[in-house]
Design a protein around this ligand. Sequence first.
Ligand SMILES: [Zn+2]
Length: 258
Amino acid sequence: MNYVDSHTHLYLGEEFGEESQMVVRRAIETGVTKMVFPNVDLSTIEPMMQLHSAFADNTYIALGLHPTEVKSDWQEVLEQIGPMLETHRPVAVGEIGIDMYWDKTYREEQMQALDIQLRWAEVLSLPVILHCRDGLNEVLEVLDAYRGEVPQIVFHSFTGSEEDVEKIRQRGDFYFGINGVVTFKNAQSIRDALPVIGLDRIMLETDAPYLAPVPHRGKRNESSYIPLIAMKVGEVLGVDVAEVASKTTENASRFFGI
Ligand SMILES: [Zn+2]
């Protein structure tokens, strides 16, 4: 079976150090033959590009400024990242979005940065990897006010309710990134939302090094754990894991054009 990890930060030196390449190889051996690396800020572009060039056939990159890194200098940072969209061949703009969980100081700036980066995606015909944590109202407000055609979006690390799915669907035919949270005991609401989303709009992701699925919960996550997430999704939806693998791979391949 082949899988795509649609969201993984295996390039983060602090977490993986010398082991980054080994961890990518282990994923490929497990059948996770395609991995998408979303960017965080200016400091992560270099290590991300390095790991990507070591595995150019199996890894892809996205460029953008993560909402938790939107600070007072956000405009200068975007001015530096913007031109790289032309030179670094990203498959998406990301990860971008709203995060009101850690810090609400830059709420307005996060919303403006999201709007600008949505525009990048629209102009370049790229899809968007969206990070939304405690920020659905803000995201919907930005989407509703957006002047132009909202690009295709994956709501990465989606842990919302059936109601949230409906609200998002009213804005577009978007995708939902499902990760290890679906295996957590206390995450019944996302399991309840899966049938509403449907396999046609689900992508698998690890969000490594975070959110490792059971039985690795609390430890460092890695892309080779994708089959554990697939098995859980299959169990919840009552479909064979092979179907989860083929359908989610098809979804991610089409979405990212990979
Ligand atoms: Zn991420």
